[in-house]
Design a protein around this ligand. Structure first.
Ligand code: ATP
Length: 318
């Protein structure tokens, strides 16, 4: 088991940052903790890193207790904090050498620079690197000890889309090499594109957990269908199959349905019965963003002290 947490809670005074997290991560690949500001992502990841103490509950990371066996655990973890102070006058190679000294086992700076695609900046001072390059160094520092588990706290926040894609490529390659990466993000598209598993956190609780595909499949809400046909379609038989006409849009007939699979089958039958030819078919299913917004909904601050919660997607999936 890579990470196991049971009823994990963390309170800061009256703020309940984590409220009884149960979590098991046993697989390699990229696991994303997705949630809005203040959801508890950093608190959770820093408890796994041994940097914060839980108020209650149990946690084990690589079979170790992060609070009690922190120095042993840190040798096996790769950690990128949300902000790291790196000496601005040191070169990329010097920074990697400096951090390598903290570990019993470490990779050569050249090997790390290769992994973060920054070989040509080996001799450049940190202060002269771009924001995206500095972030790659921060990720490189998490790789110095060739870790078994890599924990990245918001690795792409503040980067432009090109720099963000560069970081995504580095993280994807870590997955391809068999690593387990746990990262936090509040970018939905990043979680969807990059992660094999997404854990959605709200107000210190897990409200959904699954592959991006699973989460979208569990989405409630209507799918939209647009069709163009070579004649006059009578929509009545479609309505009987739960497909509701919404008028026309851009020369297409517009429908909504809760059951798109049944709608497509019904559409085939109706077209055949009415001797019509399908010219175009477009469909939009609920997206991960729809799922996320339906779960996250209200502003975070209204929820932090609120125990009365509606049933979560996780509960529904169980
Ligand atoms: P962000 O995306 O903004 O980084 P997050 O999901 O990582 O947010 P946390 O930083 O874990 O969330 O914060 C969770 C809650 O705990 C917030 O309400 C925050 O204000 C509070 N909190 C976090 N750290 C502390 C602290 N050291 N002392 C007091 N409250 C804290």
């Amino acid at each position: 088991m890579v990470i196991q947490a049971e009823k994990l809670s963390k309170h800061y005074g009256t703020t309940r940052a984590l409220q009884g997290i149960d979590l098991q991560i046993s697989e390699s690949g990229i696991v994303g903790i997705l949630g809005p500001n203040g959801a508890g992502k950093t608190t959770m990841i820093e408890i796994f890193e041994g940097l914060r103490m839980p108020s209650s509950g149990r946690v084990s990371v690589l079979g170790l207790d992060p609070a009690r066996q922190s120095s042993t655990l840190k040798q096996r973890l790769g950690i990128q904090l949300q902000s790291t102070s790196i000496p601005p006058d040191l070169t990329s190679t010097e920074i990697l050498k400096l951090f390598a000294a903290f570990y019993q086992k470490s990779l050569q700076p050249g090997e790390i620079l290769k992994r973060i695609e920054l070989q040509e900046k080996a001799g450049v001072r940190f202060s002269n690197l771009s924001g995206g390059q500095q972030q790659r160094i921060a990720i490189g520092l998490a790789l110095v000890n060739d870790p078994e588990l890599i924990l990245l706290d918001e690795p792409t926040t503040g980067l432009d889309p090109v720099a963000r894609r560069g970081v995504h490529d580095i993280i994807s390659r870590l997955r391809d090499q068999g690593s387990t990466v746990l990262l936090t993000t509040h970018y939905i598209e990043e979680a969807e594109k990059l992660c094999d598993r997404i854990i959605i956190v709200k107000s210190g609780k897990i409200v959904a957990d699954g592959t991006p595909f699973d989460l979208v499949s569990q989405a409630e809400g209507s799918s939209t269908i647009w069709i163009a046909v070579d004649g006059e379609l009578d929509p009545a038989p479609l309505q009987q199959a739960g497909v509701t006409p919404q008028g026309t849009e851009g020369g297409h007939l517009h429908f909504i349905t809760l059951d798109p699979a049944a709608a497509v089958i019904a559409l085939g039958h109706v077209l055949q019965a009415q001797n019509l030819r399908l010219i175009d078919l477009r469909m939009k299913r609920p997206t991960l963003e729809d799922v996320y917004l339906s779960l996250i909904g209200q502003p975070e601050d209204e929820q932090v002290h609120d125990d009365a919660r509606k049933p979560s997607m996780q509960n529904r999936a169980e």
